[in-house]
Design a protein around this ligand. Structure first.
Ligand SMILES: Nc1ncnc2c1ncn2[C@@H]1O[C@H](COP(=O)(O)OP(=O)(O)O)[C@@H](O)[C@H]1O
Ligand SMILES: [Mg+2]
Length: 230
C-alpha cells in the first residue's frame, strides 16, 4: 500500500539546508499495524507528513496504493488525503466552537456528502468509538480520551484505508492510552492499515511491526517483526 524509495526532505533555513530525512526506503503492506519510534527530532513527524500527503519529499518517490504521489500538486494531494487517509494527532485538533458531531462531519463537507448523510455517518462513527452520549458536547466539555475518540471518529468517517496517528496518546494517561490503542486495534482488525508514531513501548506493542527512525534514517535492524498483533 505504501512504498517509499530513497525519500529525503530538507528545509532551507536562511542559506543553510537542513537535512531532516536522509534516504528513507520503506514498504508498508495493506492491513499492517506499524509503530514508528525514535528519539525526538529524528524526523518521525516529517516522515508521517510525507506518508500522509501533507508534505512532499525533496527527493525520492512515494507510491500510495500504486499511485506515484511524489509529484502531485496541492489540490491532487488534498484529494488523496480526503479520500484515502484519516489523521489523528497528539493535540486532537478539534475545532473548539463545534460540537463533537459537527467536528466529525467536517471531512464529509470537504468530500461533498449531503447534510443528512453527513449527520447519519457522523453519529455512526461516534457510536463506534463509544461516544453516543457525548455527540452534542463541545470539545471543552470532554476529557482528553473523549477528545481523542472524537478525533478517531473524524478520521474514520470517510472510511479511509489508512490511518496515521502522530503520538496519539502523548497527551493521555496510561489507562486512557490503552483504551485509545484498543480502538486502533479494532479498526486494524477490520482491515484498516494503521501507522502510529509513539515514544512509549506499551503503545508500540499494539503494532505488529516497529520501525525505528534515527537521524532521518531507518535504523538497522530496520524492522523488528513480532508476528501478528496480540
Ligand atoms: N518546516 C521545518 N523547517 C525547518 N526544520 C524543520 C521543519 N520541520 C521539521 N524540522 C526539523 O526537522 C527535525 C525533525 O523534526 P520532526 O520530524 O518533527 O521530528 P520528530 O517528530 O521525530 O520529533 C527537527 O530538528 C526539526 O526542527
Ligand atoms: Mg513529532
Amino acid at each position: 500500500m505504501i512504498r517509499l524509495e530513497s525519500i529525503t526532505r530538507s528545509f532551507l533555513l536562511g542559506k543553510e539546508s537542513v537535512h531532516v530525512l536522509n534516504g528513507i526506503s520503506l514498504s508498508i503492506q495493506s492491513g499492517e499495524f506499524a509503530a514508528i519510534m525514535g528519539p525526538s527530532g529524528s524526523g518521525k513527524s516529517t516522515l508521517m507528513n510525507i506518508i500522509g500527503c501533507l508534505d512532499k519529499p525533496t527527493e525520492g518517490e512515494y507510491y500510495l496504493g500504486g499511485e506515484n504521489v511524489s509529484h502531485y500538486n496541492d489540490k491532487e494531494l488534498a484529494r488523496v488525503r480526503n479520500q484515502s487517509i484519516g489523521f489523528v494527532f497528539q493535540q486532537f485538533h478539534l475545532l473548539p466552537r463545534l460540537s463533537a458531531l459537527k467536528n466529525v462531519e467536517l471531512p464529509m463537507i470537504y468530500a461533498g456528502v449531503s447534510k443528512k448523510e453527513r449527520q447519519a455517518r457522523a453519529e455512526e462513527a461516534l457510536m463506534k468509538v463509544g461516544l453516543a452520549d457525548r455527540m452534542n458536547h463541545l470539545p471543552n466539555a470532554l476529557s482528553g480520551g473523549q477528545k481523542q475518540r472524537v478525533a478517531i471518529a473524524r478520521a474514520i468517517v470517510n472510511q479511509p484505508k489508512l490511518i496515521l496517528a502522530d503520538e496519539p496518546t502523548g497527551a493521555l494517561d496510561s489507562k486512557t492510552s490503552m483504551d485509545i490503542m484498543e480502538q486502533f486495534r479494532e479498526l486494524n482488525a477490520e482491515g484498516v492499515t494503521i501507522i502510529v508514531v509513539t515514544h512509549e513501548s506499551e503503545v508500540a506493542e499494539y503494532a505488529n511491526r516497529t520501525i525505528l527512525v534515527r537521524d532521518g534514517m531507518i535504523q538497522s535492524p530496520a524492522v523488528l517483526d513480532r508476528g501478528p498483533s496480540i
